[in-house]
Design a protein around this ligand. Structure first.
Ligand code: GLA
Length: 423
């Protein structure tokens, strides 16, 4: 198994296509996005009500600056759908909804930049965005205006653009993504481009690395386990490329639960704290961008435990080592596995640039506890090497182990995020 995984890792490195390096994406992006915090992104039935406006954005930014997230590197404040007015101006320029952003986008960007933060927004490759935000008319997408919109975004001072795949004129994702990417590049302002949809997730096409800094690896991440599970399965696909300037993105992290901010929050939280810890741990070890879409103005205990965990964020940002990958399915008697990607006890692992290791051991089953053993040679560690094992989220030492470490009785959807250092 160990030899197989080492070969797989090398093969993936060798197959990487040249990344599009515009100077902004050496490390995975760390930030926040409006979509789930300020609307109900759980339902997936167009029952959206995006209330984002410049006052809320400032509050979120102030929270990021004061709650410890910015100290750990969180810096992007990203608008999702529904920020734009329903019509372009008389010159054909896209414009913000004046009732929500009366000061305009440039003023918002200037304000964020003065505070040491970065600003991002959302558009669509097609003629319309994906949602109306409860308003009667569609919101314009960028089709037919890629160059003009790129110029507008750059003039406003945008640092990040997420591009969706909605509206008419969705013809060829590679051609259209390339056109937008070139238009952004031509502005001279380095802007992080996130691709959201429009291409196959399995396998992800190579062209994405040449045009963008990150791309979603699955559909929308919603705040409930069956959906979280599909994203984690997306991180298991071995063909995904990831590394400096090219990051696999698992969509928003819903750590803490978006429902907590809604007036009608009768499902608060949607996921359990174990599930939030598991999604955070897999996104983190895989070096996914960590774009949080929960209410960071009110940090709950699990949000602090995850989002303010210095060691975890450092692992996520360790661009000099290969991002974590699925390294096996545990062979314990209670762990039923049919193949590498399908089983009750998947294990993600990576070697870090300082010579230490990290691993996430999961109970992927819906019923019953699982005891999950990580053989150290799956990480490339010699079987006679003693390792000091540390629980990253609980911030506690678990002792010294030789050959393997066993996590006993993990509850359904629970995981343990470990660091391992030669003792
Ligand atoms: C799509 C995207 C989501 C979000 C919404 C906004 O569903 O996948 O991430 O941006 O559109 O309308």
């Amino acid at each position: 198994m160990a030899a197989t995984m080492v070969l797989t890792v090398l093969a993936v490195m060798a197959s990487m296509v040249a990344a599009y390096d515009n100077g902004v994406a050496l490390k995975p992006a760390l930030g926040w996005n409006t979509w789930c915090t300020l609307s109900d992104c759980h339902n997936g039935d167009n029952n959206y009500f995006d209330r984002c406006n410049e006052w809320e954005l400032r509050e979120i930014a102030e929270a990021m600056l004061s709650n410890g997230m910015h100290d750990l590197g969180f810096q992007y404040i990203n608008l999702d759908d529904c920020w734009a007015a329903q019509e372009r101006d008389s010159n054909g320029n896209i414009q913000p909804d004046p009732s929500r952003f009366p000061s305009g986008m440039k003023a918002m960007a200037d304000w964020l930049h003065e505070k040491g933060l970065k600003f991002g927004l959302y558009t669509s490759m097609g003629t319309e965005t994906c949602n109306h935000g409860g308003r009667p008319l569609p919101i314009p997408g960028s089709f037919g205006h890629y160059a003009e919109d790129a110029k507008t975004f750059a003039e406003w001072g945008m640092d990040y653009v997420k591009v969706d795949w909605c509206g008419g004129e969705l013809n060829d994702a590679q051609t259209q993504h390339t056109e937008l990417s070139k238009a952004l590049n031509a502005t001279g302002r380095p802007i992080w481009l996130e691709l959201c949809r429009g291409y196959s997730y399995d396998p992800i096409p190579d062209y994405v690395t040449e045009v963008a800094q990150s791309w979603r690896i699955t559909g929308d991440h919603q705040d409930e386990w069956s959906n979280t599970k599909t994203v984690i399965e997306g991180f298991m696909i071995p063909s995904n490329q990831a590394g400096p300037n090219q990051w696999n993105y698992g969509d928003f992290l819903m750590t803490g639960g978006p429902g907590c901010n809604l007036n009608n929050s009768d499902h608060c939280p949607f996921s359990s704290d174990d599930e939030y810890r598991t999604s955070f741990s897999v996104w983190t070890i895989s070096s996914s961008p960590l774009i949080v879409s929960t209410d960071i103005r009110n940090m709950t205990a699990v949000m602090k435990q995850c989002l303010l965990n210095k060691q975890a964020i450092a692992i996520n940002q360790d661009h000099e080592s290969t991002p974590g990958r699925l390294i096996g399915q545990a062979a314990d008697a209670n762990c039923i596995a049919s193949d590498l990607r399908t089983g009750d006890c998947p294990i993600f692992g990576r070697k870090l640039s300082d010579g230490t290791y990290a691993a996430v051991l999961l109970n992927f089953a819906d019923q019953g506890t699982r005891t999950v053993t990580l053989p150290f040679n799956w990480l490339g560690v010699a079987s006679n090497q003693t390792m000091a094992v540390y629980d990253i989220l609980e911030q506690k030492s678990l002792g010294n182990f030789t050959g393997s470490f066993t996590a006993k009785d993990l509850n359904p959807h629970q995981s343990i995020f470990l660091s391992l250092t030669a003792a």
